[in-house]
Design a protein around this ligand. Structure first.
Ligand code: FES
Length: 108
């Protein structure tokens, strides 16, 4: 089973079933990766930077590439957690400024 690691001060790591999206993996591991649009490739709050294992993620499809381009997230390590599916071991960095924004906004 692939091992997925979310690098973050409150990060998580664990083995998961192949084929899950990074967002689904985060939910299984108890890591609250933001997903403001509900995983519909329209918000980028689930964005991660792939540190290792880029080749172990599913290819970028049209919807993911279109949104990344529109948000100027054009480096090859930029991926949307809700769209990238895990095929092998992966390590991703979660931008700290993205983490927990939704919870903060809800309680503000
Ligand atoms: S959850 Fe909105 S783009 Fe992934």
């Amino acid at each position: 089973m692939p091992r997925v690691t979310f690098l973050h001060p409150e990060g998580k790591s664990g083995e998961v079933s192949e084929g899950l999206s990074l967002l689904e993996v985060a939910e299984k591991l108890g890591f609250p990766l933001n997903h403001d649009c509900g995983g519909n490739a329209s918000c980028t709050t689930c964005r991660v930077d792939v540190i290792a294992g880029e080749e172990n993620l599913s290819d970028i499809d049209f919807d993911e590439q279109d949104l990344l381009d529109r948000e100027a997230l054009t480096e090859s390590y930029h991926r949307l957690g809700c769209q990238a599916r895990v095929l092998g071991d992966v390590i991703v960095q979660v931008p700290e400024e993205k983490f927990g924004e939704s919870e903060v906004e809800k309680s503000a």
